[in-house]
Design a protein around this ligand. Structure first.
Ligand SMILES: Nc1ncnc2c1ncn2[C@@H]1O[C@H](COP(=O)(O)OP(=O)(O)O)[C@@H](O)[C@H]1O
Ligand SMILES: [Mg+2]
Length: 183
């Protein structure tokens, strides 16, 4: 093993750890937020993990609904009342499934272990709502999407969507031009 090889491996590990703020998008309606999800879907492939963070009613499920539409998966993406994780198979064979996890009701880490999410992630796109502290173990690379309402804004429908990339998977992926309408 040459020194050169070691150097590259170290740089790769550092890149995998690094997180970058990549894109900020404002939306003015639920439909616009769903559209961000639809656009994001064009970049996603099997094994990808998306972590959604934000208060109740921020728009995490709304964005996931658009994402499911963009991936053309079966079934309506909803906020499950009892179910913590739901698998949406693709409408067409050969496309990826969407695994939608709502970790809001996960009180115990033990419950998460019961979910055995790793069994899904390789063949699917996995979206975890309330995912901080949950999705880290699933994948070294992930997208973290934070949705915030701004209390100082009169317009109650305004949301700021902040996308942060973690890991080498997202290096060079054209997130900004894909997610920003007309961008
Ligand atoms: N710009 C916006 N983006 C997303 N949702 C919005 C927006 N404006 C208003 N809404 C409303 O806010 C609510 C978001 O709900 P939901 O997506 O279930 O949130 P969460 O999953 O984060 O709890 C919906 O009722 C939606 O119609
Ligand atoms: Mg939700």
């Amino acid at each position: 093993m040459s020194d050169h090889w070691v150097g590259e491996a170290t740089a790769g590990a550092a890149a995998a750890e690094a997180s970058r703020l990549d894109v900020e998008v404002w939306t003015q309606s639920a439909e616009e937020t769903a559209d961000v999800g639809r656009r994001l879907a064009t970049l996603l492939r099997a094994g990808d993990v998306v972590v959604l963070v934000g208060d109740l009613g921020a728009g995490k499920t709304t964005l996931t609904r658009g994402l499911g539409g963009g991936l053309a998966v079966r079934g309506e993406v909803t906020s499950p009342t009892f179910v913590i994780s739901r698998v949406h198979p693709p409408q067409e064979e050969g496309r990826v499934a969407l695994v939608h996890v709502d970790a809001y009701r996960l009180a115990e880490t033990a419950e998460l272990d019961d979910l055995d999410l790793e069994a899904f992630t390789e063949d699917s796109v996995t979206v975890v709502e309330w995912g901080d502290g949950v999705a880290e173990g699933l994948s070294t690379s992930r997208l973290r999407i934070q949705i915030t309402r701004t209390p100082d804004r009169v317009d109650d429908n305004a949301r700021l969507i902040t996308v942060t990339t973690v890991g080498s998977r997202w290096l060079g992926v054209p997130l900004r031009s894909t997610l920003v309408a007309g961008g």
